[in-house]
Design a protein around this ligand. Sequence first.
Ligand code: COA
Length: 207
Amino acid sequence: MKDKLIIIGASGHGKVVADIAIKMNKWQSIAFLDDDESIKTSMGLEVIGKTADAFTYKDEADFFVAIGSNVTREKIQEKLIEEGLNVVSLIHPSSVIGTDLEIGIGTAIMAGVVVNGSTRIGKGCIINTSSSLDHDNVIDDYVHISPGVRTAGNVRVGKGSWIGIGSVVSNNVNICSDCKLGAGAVVVKDITEPGTYVGVPVRRVDR
Ligand SMILES: CC(C)(COP(=O)(O)OP(=O)(O)OC[C@H]1O[C@@H](n2cnc3c(N)ncnc32)[C@H](O)[C@@H]1OP(=O)(O)O)[C@@H](O)C(=O)NCCC(=O)NCCS
């Protein structure tokens, strides 16, 4: 672990991520990189360059990619890993993390989250504010679990899927990769085709 943490992305998601890093109290300094030159500071922390500048800080900093888009986050994080930069996970001290868990690198676990035992969370995931993942879930890489989502036991969420705010996923349900679930969606059966799903219970709306 290095003394400095560099967060890529200084917008709203970056702010929440920076707050976790501050609360973790592990880094002496925290700064942002952002491709929007008009942003000079965020949350009182300095923006010290653009995404491409990350590589010049390779030996002196840990890194976290705070970009909401699952696809963009994956692209940037994978490049950092490929180039040997140290990507870290950020876990808010107010989250409740069960036993026998796996949490991949570059994943953020936000305030008020509960993750129960034997759940596996991949790399580059966002487990957003006050969501709960129950036992034996498998959350694949670059998934976003939005605020207030509830998943029951034995739920699987495929790579790159985005579960909208306040959604509920019933026990033993599989959601395949590249799905988008609307706010307040309720999933009671497997979703086997990538697409956008909304409602109670969900229906597909992108075709
Ligand atoms: C699902 C969502 C992505 C769809 O956005 P979109 O592709 O622009 O789709 P539209 O707004 O054109 O809606 C398509 C249809 O689905 C309905 N719909 C959209 N979102 C819905 C929702 N959450 N619940 C129920 N119905 C919904 C619309 O009313 C519309 O129905 P109609 O065709 O009968 O008129 C968006 O509405 C949504 O729910 N986003 C969640 C935001 C969120 O969770 N943010 C968290 C950030 S951390």
